[in-house]
Design a protein around this ligand. Structure first.
Ligand code: PMP
Length: 464
């Protein structure tokens, strides 16, 4: 598909009618539909075509699900093969050749130490279901109840997953500082900030008067996604592994978003070399269809038969699409490609930040990239960073959409513009994404007053 937009003079009525009916009939909780009022009707790779005839470069990718982009031929072929074979589409948790092939492919991607003694539990279809299953597993195995999770985390929307997420207001989960270089809670950032964060965790675990009982498990994301694209330093991840292992606390790593090559290694944990006790997987493993699993060390398998059940755990189409996706990413070195291309994109984003005061930070790993938009006039706060500017971020997102680019917002204040393109994009597509984004940032700062209400911004070294 061509990358250029076709912008018809007027959107056809069908497009407007669908959007109007959606806003009348769907819940007030709808999310992406509010900031991205498009009606996708066709899609291939990076490109989505709307009912209004416009084309968009999709850097949301189903919230990081589409490792191979939309409707990749190997995914479609795998789905068609199941449909044409006459295989049952619904099988509860029964064994099937499709499931067998998926499990074999999945195990082939795991770190050897985990693969040797791994068990897999097919969960309900969403990432949040797998997170709940992980918590239940470690509670059963340890006989303990509490959990440790990190500030800024996102693990899902069901009760326990939400409780472990950064926005939660519930008890039962002890919140620990996540190493956030740009807004370091200790005001120092870098390796030193991560070291202090680890030290705080260690002291909570070891101080008998900390008020924190030994938890059933600790859950972390190797790169926080929804939290604003925050990669954890390898040294900090290793410390979390050591702290939990030496205290018999199962470490749950949530790779729902970072998995399947996105961050430059097949699983993000590979970079630091840590091996978790439980790996939580969803999104890309289903090759665009709903699929979620936990993979864990067999010592934790203290569940009784039926301890964790569910009707929709046997989605054959998702397993076939997922196996094809895992195999394709592996065979074509797409993780390495994501690392290398993501590195070059990050360098271009850094150059963009150097000429725009409103970009406080750019960061990422592989093809999980973000730019944090800040109040360009405010002074730095106690963390050394300037306050977030969610209004400008929303304006950038809108300006991107106007230029045929779909981006996601994330972070504490929805002020981080996020890029999650498919791992299959070409160099030219990456350039097109960044050209549109740069243009959108420039346009948004020109038209959006600063949070303090002052006039539009100055671009460093350029005339506005
Ligand atoms: N964990 C992480 C790290 C996620 O990014 C998400 C979704 N963005 C979830 C869990 C929850 O997945 P789902 O929306 O499929 O329930």
């Amino acid at each position: 598909m061509a990358l250029t937009d076709t912008v018809p003079a007027a959107a056809p009525p069908a497009h407007e009618g669908i959007l109007r009916r959606q806003s009348l009939r769907e819940s007030a909780a709808r999310t992406y539909a509010r900031s991205l009022p498009i009606v996708p009707v066709r899609a291939r790779g990076l490109t989505i075509e709307g009912a209004d005839g416009r084309r968009y470069l999709d850097c949301l990718s189903g919230a990081g699900t589409l490792a191979l982009g939309h409707n990749h031929p190997v995914v479609l072929e795998a789905i068609r093969a199941v449909l044409d074979s006459g295989a049952p589409l619904h099988v509860l948790d029964l064994a099937t050749p499709v499931k067998d092939a998926f499990t074999t492919e999945l195990f082939a991607t795991l770190p050897a130490e985990l693969a040797e003694s791994a068990r897999v539990q097919f969960c309900g279809p969403a990432g949040t279901d797998a997170v709940e299953a992980a918590f239940k597993l470690v509670r059963t195995a340890t006989g303990r109840d509490g959990l440790m999770a990190f500030s800024g985390a996102y693990h899902g929307m069901t009760a326990d997953a939400l409780a472990a997420s950064g926005g939660a207001q519930r008890t039962g989960v002890v919140r620990l500082p996540y190493p956030y270089d740009y807004r370091c809670p200790f005001g120092v950032g870098g390796e030193r900030g991560a070291e202090l964060a680890a030290r705080w965790t260690r002291s909570l675990l070891d101080d008998h008067k900390s008020g924190v009982p030994r938890p059933a498990g600790m859950i972390l994301e190797p790169v926080q996604g929804e939290g604003g694209v925050i990669p954890a330093p390898d040294s900090w991840l290793r410390q979390m592994r050591e702290l939990t292992a030496s205290r018999q606390i199962p470490l749950i790593v949530d790779e729902v978003q970072t998995g399947v090559g996105r961050t430059g290694t097949f699983w993000a944990i590979e970079r630091s070399g840590i091996v978790p006790d439980v790996l939580v997987l969803s999104k890309a493993i289903g090759g665009s269809l709903p699929l979620a699993v936990i993979v864990y060390r067999e010592e934790l398998d203290a569940w009784q038969p039926g301890a964790h059940a569910g009707t929709f755990r046997g989605n054959q189409l998702a397993m076939a699409a997922g196996a094809a996706t895992l195999a394709y990413v592996r065979a074509n070195g797409l993780a390495e490609r994501a690392g290398e291309l993501g590195g070059r994109m990050l360098a271009r984003l850094e150059a963009l930040a150097a000429s725009h005061d409103c970009i406080g930070d750019v960061r990422g790993r592989g093809l999980m990239l973000g730019l944090e938009l800040v109040d360009r006039e405010a002074d730095a706060d106690a963390t050394g960073a300037r306050p977030a500017d969610p209004r400008l971020a929303a304006a950038v997102q809108q300006a991107c959409l106007d230029r045929g680019l779909i981006v996601e917002l994330g972070g504490r204040h929805s002020a981080v513009v996020r890029l999650l393109p498919p791992l299959t994009i070409t160099d030219e597509q990456a350039d097109a994404i960044l050209d549109r984004l740069a243009d959108a940032v420039t346009a948004a700062v020109r038209t959006t007053p600063g949070p303090t209400g002052s006039s539009p911004t100055t671009l460093r070294g350029t005339t506005p």
